[in-house]
Each structure stands twice: as structure tokens, then as C-alpha cells.
Design a binder for this molecule. Structure first.
Ligand SMILES: NC(=O)c1ccc[n+]([C@@H]2O[C@H](COP(=O)([O-])OP(=O)(O)OC[C@H]3O[C@@H](n4cnc5c(N)ncnc54)[C@H](OP(=O)(O)O)[C@@H]3O)[C@@H](O)[C@H]2O)c1
Length: 327
């Protein structure tokens, strides 16, 4: 496992870190014993950074991570998120009283007195135009409730606006072979300000593992079933907002580019790591075998220019029209 500096935080985090949404919920049924085994395997593989949120299983994901931290002596940095428990999810709901309550709950779930990193959880765009809210996050940091803060965004424009606030140290954004726009302008701007970048949905909800087919079935409580058209939250969070059939066709073209003995998940993650502005990818892992597969990506040699160009061509030809100007 290799490590990269996370913006200005002073932390070096594993290039392949751990996305802890699925072990909380919304991905079909998960078993805590298996989730814990996946987390243990991640730590044993050199992962030292975990992304979670209060809303993932309403504390289930955070509580599993608290147990993990209790049982391992290695440093484990935890990024959580706040805001998505708001119902309705409005810009006005992002206020001091609500955020204070959410953060107090995360402190309890994570069994700590100071959160490592708190990210606003894909708030409505208007939130980025409320400097007083970022001032409040500065005060939370001064009060010792949080060490660092950042944002998780839907759109590149929100990311560009967010990093105008000097206290924003990290941005989490969808970045994968099917969502390439962040690399155009945002990465350069983030690097200039030394902002850490967490690449989320790196496997396009599992599509970029190459295992899905036209006949794949998803449980009723899996967002790949219930949010296929954005019924519950932003459609971009499910298969990156790319139509399923279009994704399958693009995956077959990518398959032809795989070097020998490299899985498609490893390849898709290695592609992300080719961008130096990215701090880490945070693939979701439900079981140890997935974590093992994903962590190997950090040890692979760089992809060739020809391969990078081929991925860009597949994106231009099949994917770009549907997503590039939407997020
Ligand atoms: N709004 C936000 O801030 C937000 C939104 C989305 C995600 N995130 C964060 O980003 C993380 C990653 O994104 P994601 O979980 O949406 O998507 P992802 O990492 O692209 O896909 C994860 C899913 O792919 C499958 N998988 C993972 N590794 C595999 C492997 N090696 N082989 C085969 N299948 C594999 C697993 O599901 P199956 O086994 O069921 O196929 C897993 O749950 C999340 O866990 C969360 O921390 C944040």
C-alpha cells in the first residue's frame, strides 16, 4: 500500500482507503460479522482511512468503525459526514443547531471526543454561498469537536466554490472512468490550494468490477434497485448516473484493455490513482475478498499513455454526452 498526503491536514492516507456506506445499509442485506472481517482485512492491508456518514445505517457504519478502532492499535483516520439526516434536506437545515446535534451523535457513535474529519454531506448548492456556516465549522474546530472539515459534493461547480473557503481541507467527489470531468479544471485548482481529494463511487457502484450483466438482480433495499432513476437521492450516486446498458457496453471495451492478471476493479482503481491531485479512492467493500482485490491496485505499475488514451476515448465515445455537463 502506498500513501499520499491528505491536503494540508498533515496526514498521509492510504491510496486505497475504505468506503463504509455499504456496511451501513442501502446495498441489500449486510452481515456485521462479514463487514467487520472486511474492515479488519482493510487495516491488515495498510488501509488507514475510512469514509463513513452518520446516515449510513443510522449510526451502524460509525459504530462498527468505533469497534474496529477499539480493537486495532494502528492509527485509523475516520472521515464522517453530516447533513443527510435532515428531512426535508434543505439548505436552511444546515444551521448551527442541527449540525451541532449531528456532530454530537457522531461523537457518540464513533466513541471519541473529537472527530478527525467532518464533511458536509452533499448539501444543496445554496449552502456553499453561506460563509457564516463555514465560520461555524471553524469555531467547531477551535472548540476541539472536529480536527478538520471538508465537503462532499455532487457537482464540480460546488467543489470549485467550496475550496474558496480557506478552512475546507478536503473535497469528496465522484471520479472514475465514467465520471472524468473533475480532472478538467477542478483537480488543478484543488492542487493549487493543497486540498485533499477523495474519489468516491470509484467502481461506479460495482459496474467497473466487470461482474454485472444485463440479468443482474439487486435486492429491494439496494439503491441499485430503488434509486436507478434518482427516486431517493441524486441519480449520479447510482452507477454514476450512467444508463445501465451504456455502462455494460463500455465495460466490455475496458475489459479488452486489462493487463494479464489484473482484475477490472484493480484496473479501474489504478486509473484513478494515475491522477496525482487525487489523494485516495474510497471503494466500498462488503467482504474481505473485495477489500483484498481493491487494495492490490495501489501496488500495480502505472498504466501506459496508450491505455489512458483508450479510456478517454471510451468515455468520449460512449459516456460523456450523458454525464459531462450534468455534474
Ligand atoms: N454523497 C456521498 O458523500 C457519497 C455517495 C456515495 C458514496 N460515498 C462514499 O464512497 C464510497 C464508495 O462508493 P460506493 O460504495 O457508492 O461505490 P463503489 O465503491 O463504486 O462500489 C462499491 C460496491 O461495489 C462492490 N464491490 C466493491 N469492490 C468489489 C470488488 N473488488 N469486486 C466485486 N465487487 C466489488 C460492492 O457491492 P456488491 O458486492 O453488492 O456488488 C460494493 O458495495 C462509499 O462507501 C461512501 O463511503 C459517498
Amino acid at each position: 500500500m502506498r500513501y499520499r498526503p491528505l491536503g494540508r491536514t498533515g496526514w498521509n492516507v492510504s491510496e486505497i482507503s475504505f468506503g463504509a456506506w455499504a456496511i451501513g445499509g442501502a446495498w441489500g442485506s449486510v452481515d456485521d460479522t462479514e463487514s467487520r472481517a472486511a474492515l479488519d482485512h482493510a487495516i491488515e492491508s495498510g488501509v488507514n482511512f475510512i469514509d463513513t456518514a452518520d446516515v449510513y445505517g443510522m449510526g451502524r457504519s460509525e459504530r462498527l468503525i468505533a469497534q474496529l478502532k477499539r480493537d486495532h492499535k494502528e492509527q485509523i483516520i475516520v472521515a464522517t459526514k453530516a447533513g443527510r439526516r435532515l428531512s426535508p434536506h434543505t439548505a436552511a437545515g444546515y444551521n448551527e443547531a442541527n449540525l451541532t446535534a449531528f456532530i454530537e451523535d457522531s461523537l457518540k457513535n464513533l466513541a471519541t471526543d473529537c472527530l478527525d474529519l467532518v464533511q458536509l454531506h452533499c448539501p444543496p448548492t445554496d449552502v456553499y454561498y453561506r460563509p457564516e456556516l463555514f465560520g461555524f465549522l471553524d469555531r467547531l474546530r477551535e472548540a476541539g469537536k472536529i480536527r478538520h472539515y471538508g465537503v462532499s459534493v455532487e457537482r464540480v461547480e460546488e467543489a470549485l466554490k467550496a475550496i474558496e473557503y480557506p478552512g475546507v481541507e478536503t473535497v469528496q467527489i465522484i471520479f472514475n472512468c465514467f465520471r472524468q470531468r473533475p480532472a478538467d479544471l477542478f483537480f488543478e485548482q484543488a492542487a493549487k490550494r493543497q486540498v485533499g481529494i477523495l474519489a468516491r463511487v470509484p467502481l461506479s457502484s460495482g459496474m467497473l468490477t466487470g461482474k454485472l450483466t444485463r440479468d443482474s438482480q439487486f435486492a429491494a433495499d439496494d439503491h441499485r434497485n430503488f434509486n436507478r432513476h434518482g427516486e431517493s437521492f441524486d441519480v449520479g450516486e447510482t452507477f454514476s448516473g450512467v444508463d445501465y446498458e451504456t455502462s455494460l457496453a463500455a465495460v466490455e471495451e475496458i475489459r479488452a484493455l486489462l493487463p494479464p492478471n489484473v482484475s477490472m476493479a484493480q484496473f479501474a482503481l489504478r486509473w484513478i490513482l494515475m491522477f496525482p491531485a487525487v489523494t485516495c479512492a474510497i471503494p466500498g467493500g462488503k467482504r474481505p475478498s473485495q477489500v483484498a482485490d481493491n487494495c492490490t491496485a495501489s501496488d500495480l505499475p502505472p498504466l501506459s499513455d496508450a491505455t489512458m488514451n483508450a479510456i478517454r476515448d471510451i468515455y468520449e465515445k460512449r459516456i460523456k454526452a450523458g454525464v459531462h455537463q450534468r455534474w
